[in-house]
Design a protein around this ligand. Structure first.
Ligand code: COA
Length: 395
């Protein structure tokens, strides 16, 4: 992954997007990080994201603030690029120190084992075919992917260059390489696609992305996909001299496959979380205002007018609504005399904003989280419902 980013052509990254720390006595590189720019969407509204990755410090140089110093640089770069959010898939707790909150679902899924493998009946033909994806399939996959993203609050936006990079941009040994497979009818009509890993992980062969075009039954197509994953896993197992143990759908907390394959996927793997940082929260909320207004329109508070002051204790936000429109969002500071209509400690508000936790869940987990009036409680619940996300990030 590091070599690909540094040496190969990448649609959104070049080698100068790495930060390096050099020991001036020896010339050795002792710490590094990078920033991978990309576009994500929130309820369909796009915005720039900076993804810090490949963060590491040589053991002899740890705990001297070298990562902290590089994050200052990376956050400056990201601001210069106009990115409204930074997101990291990182080790537990560490990045909280740099302004991040674990606030967006990441990964997780369902797993099935050999007894759950759907078998073809005696003499039965495979009802769908699976083949390698080619350049000619990029448009189709991109279209089906975009339709699938409608079920998620946050998703990654991929243009043609990124699709091409997924297809043939990465080298064989890149751990982030995924194989792209097309599913078609026996007559050759394309019905969907999925990705699969290049090797086994914990004796499992899994997919992290599986979409069908609208009008297709997931119940009809999925057994073929499972059999393909199993057969591919067995080939890997032979190569890697281990045993194939399970097939995995790494598709987050909610996906149509889970509905139609309930008993074939007995193990549920809870998701991890993206660390997210929103340096200018009023600006982000103004940007996604159409999504919030849409939620208000379809709610018990349709046409709402009024203000909502949300305290984060040291600072906060003031949102102004007029006839169902979010007309203003500005920074606001709570005082003893005016502590607002609701409060969220530290950066927990981001968990609400990114559909990760409900107001009740935050209220339950944090004693210093509260909504003081019926109006504030109703408004926050309507504006920020819990919703699944599935981000297939650029790396
Ligand atoms: C995690 C890692 C990158 C930290 O690098 P580092 O150069 O030591 O980080 P910094 O010194 O800038 O850390 C910033 C702060 O976090 C503290 N810190 C460092 N490692 C920590 C850890 N594992 N857990 C908690 N705090 C840690 C530092 O003491 C420092 O605190 P301070 O500012 O109050 O003095 C480094 O330990 C490493 O390379 N680990 C192996 C690879 C890895 O896990 N990378 C992250 C992948 S997401």
């Amino acid at each position: 992954m590091t070599r690909d980013l540094a040496e190969r052509s990448h649609p959104t990254f070049n080698v100068a997007d790495f930060t390096l720390v050099e020991d001036t006595d020896t010339g050795a590189i002792v710490s590094s990080a990078n920033l991978i720019s990309q576009t994500w969407s929130y309820g369909g509204i796009e915005f720039g994201v900076g993804r810090p990755e490949l963060v590491g410090t040589h053991p002899d140089y740890r705990r001297r603030g070298l990562v902290r110093a590089q994050f200052e640089v990376i956050h400056e770069w990201s601001a210069e690029r106009g990115e409204k959010l930074q997101a990291i898939s990182g080790i537990p707790w560490f990045y909280r120190q740099f302004g991040y909150e674990m606030a967006l679902e990441m990964g997780g899924g369902r797993v099935g084992y050999k007894p759950q493998l759907p078998k073809l009946k005696e003499g039965e033909e495979e009802p769908f075919r699976v083949r390698l994806a080619t350049e000619a399939d990029l448009d189709f996959m991109s279209h089906v992917y975009e339709q699938g993203n409608e079920r998620y609050l946050v998703a990654c936006v991929r243009d043609e260059a990124l699709w091409r990079y997924e297809l043939n941009g990465r080298s064989e040994k890149n751990e982030d390489r995924q194989e792209l497979r097309l599913v078609e009818t026996v007559e050759g009509e394309r019905v969907g696609f999925f990705t699969h890993w290049t090797g086994l992980w914990k004796q499992r062969m899994g997919t992290s992305l599986y979409e069908l075009k609208p009008g297709l039954s997931w119940l009809a197509v999925t057994p073929t996909v499972i059999r393909y994953l199993w057969a591919t896993g067995e080939e890997c197992a032979k190569r890697e001299k281990q045993e194939m143990g399970a097939f995995a759908f790494w598709l987050g907390t909610e996906h149509p496959v889970y509905q139609v394959m309930h008993s074939r996927l007995p193990h549920t793997q809870k998701p991890y979380a993206w660390y997210v940082r929103v340096p200018d929260l009023p600006d982000f909320l103004r940007h996604v205002a159409p999504v919030l207004e849409r939620r208000l329109t379809g709610s018990a508070l349709v046409g709402h007018s009024g203000e909502l002051k949300v305290s984060f204790y040291r600072d906060g936000l003031r949102l102004v609504f007029a006839q169902g429109r979010l007309t203003d969002v500005e920074p606001w500071e709570p005082t003893q005399a005016d502590d607002g209509a609701a409060a969220f400690p530290d950066r927990t508000f981001l968990q609400l904003l990114f559909g990760h936790r409900t107001l009740e869940e935050l209220d339950y987990a944090f004693t210093d989280c509260w909504a003081g009036s019926d109006e504030a409680r109703a408004l926050l619940k309507i504006l920020f419902p819990k919703q699944p996300s599935h981000v297939w990030p650029v790396v």
